[in-house]
Ligand binder design. Structure first.
Ligand SMILES: Cc1cc2nc3c(=O)[nH]c(=O)nc-3n(C[C@H](O)[C@H](O)[C@H](O)COP(=O)(O)OP(=O)(O)OC[C@H]3O[C@@H](n4cnc5c(N)ncnc54)[C@H](O)[C@@H]3O)c2cc1C
Length: 290
């Protein structure tokens, strides 16, 4: 099914945008994998209109009901990948979604490991996007760091291209089945090694693994990973947008904690609304030209 607008993220930014697109008659879907940053916030007292403190979950769930009442569809899913095929195609754990416009509203943070060599070798053998960088490692031995569905998705992108892939779970239990031929090492990591580029990794028990590339896929795909996969520019830990919340990719927008700034509910809600105001004319124009 083709949606006019898909919001990746069911936090304040994604839901706020959906309220506007749905009321403008755009067929709108909001996809979220959990309650986002607000899951951990048990007392919100600085958001407009709240005479009494509310919990983060309460606030999100109320807005979900509000959105559904306005015709927004909600889906619980984890998005791994976004690509372009005449329209946006979003690949999730539960299936694929098609959209004329997409809002990235996945909150803050890129999951990485604070171990020796990790920061120093970023971009020099350490990658956060298999589909973007697999080609550079054709015929080489690489490793993927992660233990969940997203790591398996990234493995799948690498397997046809590289010589071998080893999955490193860094002491975590493996939560998914691993494709045949993939070696799994569960030992915790203590360093990523190499002088100019990644040459391998060292584990807590002193053993080592030679690898020319390390693909980080911890937890689920965050804003940075999804932005890069979709071809959007990033700056530090943020997706780069203009004041209309447009990325450099036509039809792709970002709002909320993933674009940096104040990192508050009020700003996420405002940016979501602004993104919707840009998505609405974009989608109408797309539909007219078809
Ligand atoms: C403990 C805590 C307390 C806070 N207290 C306050 C406060 O009192 N007042 C205040 O204004 N702000 C507070 N904040 C900040 C506030 O929570 C954030 O600024 C706000 O939630 C940002 O909204 P967002 O929509 O950008 O992201 P989030 O609320 O983080 O939502 C991100 C959404 O993206 C989804 N997602 C992420 N990755 C994927 C994926 N790959 N596929 C599908 N979905 C995905 C998540 O499931 C979630 O739905 C607090 C934050 C924390 C952590």
């Amino acid at each position: 099914m083709m949606y006019d607008a898909v919001m990746v993220g069911s936090g304040p930014a994604g839901l706020s945008a959906a309220l506007y697109t749905s009321r403008a008659n755009l067929k709108t879907l909001v996809i979220g994998k959990d309650r986002g940053a607000l899951e951990k916030a048990d007392r919100i007292e600085n958001y407009f209109g709240m005479a009494e403190p509310v919990s983060g979950c309460e606030l999100v769930e109320n807005t979900m009901t509000q959105a559904q009442n306005l015709g927004v569809e909600l889906a619980e899913d984890e998005i791994f990948h976004i690509s372009w095929d005449g329209h946006f195609v979003l690949e999730g754990k539960n299936g694929a979604y098609e959209a004329l416009s997409v809002l990235l509203a996945t909150g803050a943070g890129r999951k990485t490991l604070k171990i020796k060599g990790m920061r120093e070798l970023e971009g020099r053998g350490i990658s956060y996007c298999a589909v973007c960088d697999a080609f550079f490692y054709r015929g080489k031995d690489v490793a993927v760091l992660g233990n969940e569905a997203y790591a398996i998705h990234e493995l799948g992108q690498l397997l046809p291209v590289v010589q071998s892939v080893t999955l490193l779970t860094n002491g975590q239990e493996l939560k998914e089945e691993v494709p045949e031929g993939v070696r799994v090492v569960k030992e915790p990591l203590i360093s990523v090694d190499g002088t100019d580029r990644v040459e391998g990794v060292t584990f807590a028990d002193g053993s080592t693994l030679l690898a020319e590339g390390l693909f980080v896929a911890l937890g689920s795909a965050g804003a940075m990973e999804l932005a890069r996969k979709a071809g959007a520019f990033t700056e530090g830990q943020n997706i780069k947008v203009n004041e209309r919340m447009e990325t450099n990719v036509p039809g792709l927008y970002a709002a909320g904690d993933c674009i940096g700034g104040l990192l508050q509910i009020s700003t996420a809600v405002g940016e979501g609304a602004q993104a919707a105001m840009s998505m609405i004319p974009f989608v109408r124009k797309q539909k007219k030209s078809k």
